[in-house]
Design a protein around this ligand. Sequence first.
Ligand SMILES: Cc1cc2nc3c(=O)[nH]c(=O)nc-3n(C[C@H](O)[C@H](O)[C@H](O)COP(=O)(O)OP(=O)(O)OC[C@H]3O[C@@H](n4cnc5c(N)ncnc54)[C@H](O)[C@@H]3O)c2cc1C
Length: 231
Amino acid sequence: MPISVLLLANTPEPDRTVAAAARLCYSDVSVVEIAEGLKGEDVSRFIGHLRSSGHFSPFEHAVFTFAIDGISRVCSHQLVRHRMASYSQQSQRYVPMEEPEMITPPSLSSNPEALALFTKVAAETHDAYGKMIGSGIPAEDARYILPHGWATKMVVTMNARELHHFFSMRLCRRAQWEIRDLARRMLILAREKAPVLFSLAGPDCLTKGRCFESRPCGKPFSSMEEVLSGC
Ligand SMILES: Cc1cc2nc3c(=O)[nH]c(=O)nc-3n(C[C@H](O)[C@H](O)[C@H](O)COP(=O)(O)OP(=O)(O)OC[C@H]3O[C@@H](n4cnc5c(N)ncnc54)[C@H](O)[C@@H]3O)c2cc1C
């Protein structure tokens, strides 16, 4: 099942909104003037200043809502550890899992023997789940047998500050392949709407020029293109 990520909604003119908030902080302007006459170069200058001075709170004024389909419960559990966000997830209490929808890790896809075992056990598990529902067990209890790899759907809202934090952790090569793929797709979508805010977002090796991992991967990213390509 392929992952699918959609940007459902975002703050209108996110770059400009953050730059206007920065202008309010640093200039003697009234609120009616903060966005007036803000040119592209002003937006870049204000956002650049926020970034270089570590003044990230104005980034919180730009908010992005993503709809995500086709991630595993492993990935969704890693995602919801990010607490500065809002989440909605498809319920396994109210929505019966009619079809066996599993996310297959690449290591299994490339190993026919392991893949056959994975597929067989997933089908048997779903079959047992269906039998339990058929015998009157509520879906909320029958779901206890479903595996971590089961597919799920979410809507997640994060502001640009939290997105930067999320991208720094989850685009690192040390993060797991699935949440890395999710983060990469989210960054591509966010950059389309806020190219200045997300001109430099991603793992610390790229954005800060150094790695803070205790066990570095040894392959630091050298460009944003490399991060976005997912290699
Ligand atoms: C490669 C990798 C391996 C991991 N392995 C494990 C693991 O083995 N076990 C495990 O349990 N987790 C693991 N995690 C998850 C990790 O510990 C974090 O829970 C997750 O990445 C969310 O990060 P966060 O808490 O910094 O961010 P968020 O929850 O997104 O919060 C953003 C920032 O807000 C601040 N903040 C948020 N809440 C609080 C608070 N209550 N008090 C003070 N400050 C707060 C912090 O500065 C935080 O960095 C792993 C993550 C990665 C990327």
